[in-house]
Design a protein around this ligand. Sequence first.
Ligand code: CAA
Length: 390
Amino acid sequence: DSSGFDLYTLSEEHQMLRESIRALAEAKIAPHAAAVDEEARFPQEALDALVAADMHAVHVPEEYGGNGADAVAAAIIVEEVARACASSSLIPAVNKLGSMPVILSGSEDLKRRYLTPLAQGRAMFSYCLSEPDAGSDAAGMKTRAVRDGDTWVLNGVKRWITNAGVSEYYTVMAVTDPDARSKGISAFVVEKSDEGVSFGAPEKKLGIKGSPTREVYFDNVRIPADRIIGEEGTGFATAMKTLDHTRITIGAQAIGIAQGALDYARGYVAERRQFGRPIGDFQGVQFMLADMAMKLEAARQLTYAAAARSERAHRGQKGQDLTFFGAAAKCFASDVAMEITTDAVQLLGGYGYTRDYPLERMMRDAKITQIYEGTNQIQRIVMARNLPQG
Ligand code: CAA
């Protein structure tokens, strides 16, 4: 379609995908969301259902046994799972985050070895960039990788690693030349079963409690030299390029959480009666819903536009301003999700504040989207450095 209108609506395939993943999420994932949060346990039911439906890592190219789904499709899956359960949406989201460095920069052999089990649902992937003293300043990392003959030896600590312990595979950014700052960082694939890999206790978090977040320790982890992703010294650029694509997934997650909250609040105000009528009859409530829906739609359009740019950039089209759009989609959608979920709690009043209703969970889950894959303050730095041409 050369008209350009295809940019502003979803294709029939994408709409059908949304219907099927929504049905799956409602039937198999939503019923466990409250318990997963309450018990802070991994949503195994969600993983099983996503793997059975082949929706756990749709972004893996067909050559490696995946669906080769585009970035808009991957975003829709995360969005619809997040609408039911944010913790569960981190399964497809982090599978993409963790494997994207291999897809973008890995050797053919690495792709075959690590993407195939991911596509088959036999292994999950995590992404190890942050450290206790290197969060926003990712290039200030200390984890070291030293070449020793045909091997690399890794030592250090990574923190805030989503799905750590559950994932089989980890992309790990580590310093290979301490004098070169970001140019002295390289990326590697490390397996959970590699000797010297261990995990900290799960963090006790405000939200996304079903998705384990742990430290990962590397104690003289010796891996074959061919586990390096791309050339030595390119790991930081690969990590940043990855985030350009995957911050869009966080935007999708944010709009999914917000949609779940809006849907619930909308149903509630139609039923809840005060002063002799449903509270949804009051204009003050209507204006709140209107603002929530308006902001959500703006966030969704920006996120899909960014996802389309991610796909075009991935196919080699120049001029996509992906760094700006990835940051903008994540930043805007997550701020909007925080506003919408907070307003949704407000619409339920005291009930919204209790764990008998899902909205306080959605509000707690929304908060992380303003923090991970780069705080929204970092997103503004990234945007300011990469303003689009207009
Ligand atoms: N694409 C390609 N290359 C890039 C790039 C991009 N988007 N961004 C930076 N680079 C390259 C630059 O070109 C630069 O190389 P040159 O000097 O040759 O130009 C090099 O990398 C260093 O870049 P900067 O000088 O911009 O680096 P900086 O130290 O100023 O940091 C930053 C930039 C944007 C602040 C970066 O540190 C950053 O994004 N910080 C936030 C980290 C983050 O998002 N962490 C999230 C962790 S993932 C997560 O949350 C895990 C989870 O489990 C959910």
